[in-house]
Design a protein around this ligand. Sequence first.
Ligand SMILES: [Zn+2]
Length: 518
Amino acid sequence: MKRTILIILTFIIFGCASQKNDNDTFKKSFYNYEIDLNQYNNDQLTVTLQYHGALKDSSVFCMPKVVPGIYDTLNFGKFINNFTAIDNDGNKLQTVKIDDNRWKIYSTEKLNHITYKISDGWDNYSSENFRPYRSAESSFEINSFIINPSATLGYLKGHENDSFKLEISKPIELYAATSLSKTSINETKDLFIAKSYKHLVDNPIIYSIPDTTSIRLPEINIVVACYTTSGRRISKEVAKRIEPLIKNQIKYLGSILPTDNYTFIIYQNTNLGNHPSVSEGLEHSNSTVVLMYVPDDIEVINDQIYRVVSHEFFHTVTPLALHSFEISNFDYIHPKFSQHLWLYEGTTEYFTIHMLIKNKMQSLDAFTKTLEDKIREMNKFNNNLSIIELSKDPVKYQDQYMNVYYKGALINLCLDIKLRELINGNYGVQDLIKDLIDKYGVDKPFEDDELFSNIVNITGEKAIDKFIIDYIIGSKPLPLKESLEKVGLILDENTFKISTQENISEKQQKLRYSWINQ
Ligand SMILES: [Zn+2]
């Protein structure tokens, strides 16, 4: 294993692609959360919640047990201490802790406010005592507060779709970066507004000494917000490095780019060489959190960010713009998982590798090396397990989960070549995704069970039905050798080496050009 471990997580939550109308759609019933960063003590903050709206005689306060896209039990209720509900006369209401993540509050018709202490999940991100999913948690340090709302703020059962006001008091020198709608009330207080709990938890916030650079493009405004434990300001250099990447991603996506604002929240803890370097990225619909434990070397930092960004930014397409009801109506306590990880992670990862060659950012040789790595890694997993089965019960198949980045991407590769072969090279996975987004979209989820028949209808190709049954629903070995042969590439199934065929036919050349512009 290389010294640097890269983990790309996915956080499949989305509410809206743009915050333009937040204030217009503010609802009658709403939550008013208050946090004072000045009162930070012992890695804890005090949270106060007033709910404005009618409540029944008892209510259940919930923290997420599971969040979309992290396919494991997180139990964010574990970060709450001293949970207290106070009535209008200043007396404590009776509360009972139901389980790790839920508190039942009695007589909530008299509720004035709820208060609790919230702990952070980590202090200095590093590979020592390594554990995954820290990019979903909060971290409270004197110079940097990473606030992941799902690990900090809860909701009242049945009131998930009410609006949220979040008021944060802060030291004057700290600045908030987030894609959430923000108003500075004064120099030491900010107000954030979210349409719903889903929208709130989809928008992490970082407070730190300001180090931000904007990338303004005709299609999208991007903010790069950085914090380094070394104190070094890196956002300008990071923005300079990722701007060409983002431009290429926009070019690759064409008209299917579903958002016009995006924030990269980047945290770097300096690795002084005591432990292996590690990075992880956690993507949301309008932002990505990147955590890094790497040396204080801008080249290394930029390389890590580049790798995370190239995958995470493509998630603006799947699942932000294209997703099923399971994701759209996510249940944070009893989730039902969508069966389409081949699409949410597989297509995203395929776009990441395919764009490089399609946009002439990479040689054919470098591209085939990437494919060899994907094939080699895929073969370390149990490929008798269908990707649909894995998607439906990812907690059970934790040890197989990472295969969505290998087999998931390679399914898309075979599908891309198959589509181009069937439709005279004029139509590939990029076109299919565009057509699906035209049919569904950010606010129009699809039925999990109906996606495949819609793909067959859209493409008008019965042969795609067989491909889906064999390789996505079923677990037949992927037709990699056969698919690559059609574009003049030879796969050795024993060594996983790919070579270019000599004397390539006109038909093969035409299909290859349609696929990768080579
Ligand atoms: Zn992902």
